[in-house]
Design a protein around this ligand. Structure first.
Ligand code: ATP
Length: 369
């Protein structure tokens, strides 16, 4: 852990009885970063956030915020604030009273004039001018979300913790609020740590993403690093839904390795430098959008049968089976790659191609997470 980290977990673990929700974990977040904890339901992301916020007590390890050990401190005595999934607004208070509440409680007694000034600034920052006197029941879901944000930032925390902050919003509003979150992060200049199970949201917003799986960190990296160089099949699947295929190394020619994937089908990759020993235990990953249409016989051409095609505007998502096998594959192709609608009828044959640079290779040791 570096002393520059605004948040540092050192061997932090959480157990509930015999169940381990978070295995001993190290994590360092730099001041001003936008970091997302991403993973499926039950992977331990909310537990991690709640440990940092002080709403759960760590079973082991230390939590440092701004260089201070806060492991034993109550939430209110940590320089962080949380935006909860359900916003947790007071229904009988006005927007401005909800926002100012944290400034008026005893342990944070800000003088009245200063309080009004800060509430006013927060209202403007989240775009709620003219609504300060309304009650939460008189606001839309998106406006309530803004109140929750304003209430969390008005205390000027060093770190803002966001627990699935956009999950209650419909898709359209959610996209708008993503842009708002990004803008707020830039304008406030503070550290954001957000929990989400939505990979698109994590990719769009984060400086770095922490991918979690069953109470462990599976990989940490920038969105581009995770997309281009996933460390294991789990991350390749969770970020971008790569096709995963069991394979064995059957040969190598310079920097290109040949893998058998069954039924005599061979796939070449130029990303297999680390795989030396011929044999099984390899998983190949191919992103659906990396397939091209091709003529039969080219290197890395795969004969497929279409099972289903889904229309996505300028792209088509195809569910396929490799010819002669039951192995399912997904491909996303530009609509212009298909000459006629009948070309994607269920049962039609199609030849796909993938560049050997786009075939990800995972050996067994990397499969663990
Ligand atoms: P979700 O997206 O569904 O909120 P999550 O990744 O945030 O999932 P956590 O809430 O961190 O998951 O929970 C991690 C695991 O710990 C889950 O299996 C959950 O059932 C368990 N867990 C959480 N809180 C408790 C508790 N108070 N007692 C027992 N088990 C718990």
């Amino acid at each position: 852990m570096t002393s520059k980290s605004i948040v540092a977990l050192e061997g932090v673990a959480k157990t509930y009885g015999a169940f381990t929700a978070l295995h001993p974990t190290d994590l360092a977040i730099a001041e001003g970063e936008f970091v997302t904890l991403l993973g499926p339901s039950g992977c331990g992301k909310t537990t991690t956030l709640r440990l940092i916020g002080g709403f759960e007590q760590a079973s082991a390890g230390r939590i440092l915020i701004a260089g201070q050990d806060v492991t034993e401190r109550a939430p209110y005595h940590r320089p962080v604030n949380t935006v909860f999934q359900d916003y947790a607004l007071f229904p009988n208070m006005s927007v401005s009273d909800n926002i100012g509440y944290g400034l008026s409680v005893k342990s944070n007694n800000v003088p009245k004039a200063e309080r009004a000034k800060r509430v006013g600034e927060a209202v403007t920052l989240v775009g709620l001018e003219g609504m300060a006197h309304r009650r939460p029941g008189e606001l839309s879901g998106g406006q309530r979300q803004r109140v929750a944000m304003a209430r969390a930032i008005v205390r000027r925390p060093r770190v803002l913790l966001l627990d699935e902050p956009l999950s209650a919003l419909d898709v359209k509003l959610r996209e708008g609020m993503q842009v708002e979150l990004k803008r707020l992060h830039r304008e406030l200049g503070i550290t954001f740590l957000m929990v989400t199970h939505d990979q698109t949201e994590a990719l769009a917003l984060s400086d770095r993403i922490v991918v979690m799986n069953q109470g462990r960190i599976s990989q940490i990296g920038s969105p581009i690093e995770l997309y281009d160089n996933p460390a294991n099949p789990y991350v390749a699947d969770f970020i971008g839904g790569a096709n995963l295929v069991s394979a064995e190394l059957i040969g190598r020619d310079g920097d290109t390795a040949a893998f058998g994937i069954g039924n005599g089908i061979v796939v070449h990759s130029r990303r297999a430098a680390a795989v030396r020993e011929p044999g099984r235990g390899i998983t190949l990953g191919i992103r659906p959008e990396r397939f091209l249409t091709a003529t039969s016989g080219a290197t890395n051409s795969l004969e497929c049968v279409i099972r289903e095609s889904l229309f996505h505007g300028d792209r088509l998502r195809l569910e396929l089976a490799l010819d002669g096998t039951a192995m399912p594959l997904f491909a996303e192709l530009p609509r212009t790659a298909i000459s006629s609608p009948s070309g994607v009828e269920p049962g039609s044959h199609i030849t796909l191609l993938v560049d050997p640079d786009d075939v990800l290779v995972f050996s067994k040791e990397e499969d663990q997470e």
